[in-house]
Design a protein around this ligand. Structure first.
Ligand code: ZN
Length: 493
């Protein structure tokens, strides 16, 4: 229980997340499903809602819905169907939206959200998911200031899923982390690009308070904060709404709330305030009715199994396994599993290398730095993960020094050549011929009798200095491991 003056209270938050899917076509027609483009160029009679045009469910849409459901721990229903949700809005041409109101595709899931600070050992909390249903997106209104309003129907009919959580979150931070977790998982399994600036993931938060006032329980009316497209907005809007609801409760002119009273709010980022859009005392009547133009989805167990088998390992499972199999730290695994492509790239290198941990270090420190600097992705690199494994292996074998490895890496980035080719070309290959190194060791000892005497008098750091002399004399070519061994052997004589 939290405290506010004499009051004790709890925060109750549930989220509805709309997520655009990365299918090739729109949900119910064969128009291309892609963000942006010249307005009204990706449209057809069906997604323009012209009379007589009939919708057809995309199979890929259903598959992506199942994948999302599996990734979020849901039961996939063999039977689900589509309904019409009626309301008027200029960008909703048909006058209704196709959704799944009565029987959704997925139900009763859950996700674990991590409440720990970054790089700390995870601290999980379970958030239950009530349902995931299929729903089409609507068009977009563009308001040009002082001029006209335009409507772009490229987004009309874009496939969405709506993920409805139970009211299991009890702080604004938890709500933001929930959204973050949903995005991470759905991106990881490849059903969305999760691009929030383009509106691929939008969150509505339902928030109210349970207040204990002198032993009497009271619930504030629910505020539904619509259409937030950043984690920060979710956190800030919920934080603002908590204090607003507390203030409203304690203020003198508190209105008597009827049961069912609900507010729809927007989050105004510039002013940092939630703004009331409308209030209602009864649930809005959307006149839901079964969609007569679409058959119900009757999915066989085999079909559901085949799709769910393609989901693959989820980020949290991958993190646990990476820690165990490759002995990596929490920090390493968090970064390496932030994107599926990166996780798979690392693992391919790790499997071919004698030191997975060093592969992780190279990828995290060097490879990612280059990608950041050049604003590029792994697929833009001129070499693959095997080249990093090879580089790590030659360092481990003592064939090149880590200083030389940086030069090799720079060549790999520029030209995409294999490490072995670069080493041969530059004549970097270490000399491991012990008689050659022994000869140099002898010379160094003969030239530095004083230093050798210092070592005998207990100045142990002289050994390292002598080793440096050997490396210098060999032109950096002596195998450092062998050189160190021979110096120590000579000193012990
Ligand atoms: Zn279309």
């Amino acid at each position: 229980m939290l405290k506010h003056g004499n009051l004790e209270y709890e925060i109750i938050i549930g989220c509805e997340i709309h997520c655009q899917l990365l299918t090739k076509t729109k949900a119910f027609c064969s128009c291309e499903n892609r963000y942006g483009g010249i307005p009204n160029t990706r449209v057809c009679p069906s997604c323009l809602g012209l009379p007589g045009a009939l919708p057809r469910v995309s199979k890929e849409y259903v598959e992506f819905g199942i994948k999302a459901g599996c990734a979020l721990g849901c039961r996939i229903n063999n039977f689900s169907k589509f309904d019409r949700k009626h309301y008027f809005y200029p960008d909703l041409v048909k006058g209704y939206q196709i959704t799944q109101f009565y029987t959704p595709l997925c139900e009763e899931g859950e996700v674990e959200i991590n409440l720990a600070a970054q790089n700390e050992e995870p601290k999980f909390k379970k958030v239950r998911i009530e349902r995931i249903h299929l729903e089409e997106d609507v068009g977009k209104s563009l308001h040009i200031e002082g001029s006209h309003s335009y409507i772009d129907f490229n987004r009309s009919g874009v496939p969405l899923i709506e993920i409805v959580s139970k009211p299991d979150m009890s702080t604004p931070d938890e709500a933001a982390r929930y959204m973050q977790t949903i995005r991470e998982i759905l991106k990881f399994v490849g059903v969305t690009d999760g691009n929030m600036e383009e509106g691929a993931l939008r969150c509505d938060a339902n928030i109210n308070l349970k207040i204990i006032d002198n032993g009497v329980e009271f619930r504030t009316p629910i505020s539904e904060i619509k259409n937030m497209n950043s984690f920060k907005a979710v956190k800030d809007a919920c934080t603002y709404e908590v204090s607003r609801q507390l203030e409203e409760y304690t203020s003198e002119n508190r209105i008597a709330f009827k049961s069912g009273f609900k507010r729809t709010m927007g989050w105004d980022e510039p002013s940092g305030q939630t703004v009331i859009q409308r209030t209602k005392t009864i649930a809005e009547d959307y006149r839901f009715m079964p969609e007569p133009d679409l058959r119900a989805l009757e999915l066989s167990d085999e079909f559901i199994k085949r799709v769910s088998d393609s989901v693959g390992e989820l980020p949290e499972a991958k993190r646990l396994r990476f820690k165990k199999e490759y002995h990596l730290s929490e920090f390493d695994v968090q970064t390496l599993t932030s994107e599926r492509e990166l996780a798979e790239w690392f693992e391919e290198a790790a499997k071919k290398s004698s030191s997975p941990k060093k592969c992780a270090n190279w990828i995290l420190a060097e490879v990612l730095a280059v990608l950041n600097e050049t604003n590029s992705s792994l697929s833009d690199l001129k070499f693959g993960p095997c080249a990093i494994a090879e580089l790590v292996n030659v360092i481990e074998e003592g064939k090149i020094t880590s200083k030389q490895a940086k030069d090799v890496f720079a060549e790999m980035i520029a030209l995409g050549k294999k490490p072995s080719a670069i080493i041969a070309e530059k004549g970097m290959e270490q000399v491991s011929d012990s008689s050659f190194i022994e000869k140099i060791v002898e010379e160094v000892f003969a030239e530095n009798t004083e230093a050798v005497q210092d070592w005998k008098n207990g100045k142990t750091n002289v050994a390292g200095w002598l080793m440096g002399q050997v490396m210098k004399k060999s032109g950096g070519k002596a195998n450092p491991k062998q050189a160190a061994e021979l110096v120590n052997k000579r000193l012990a004589q």
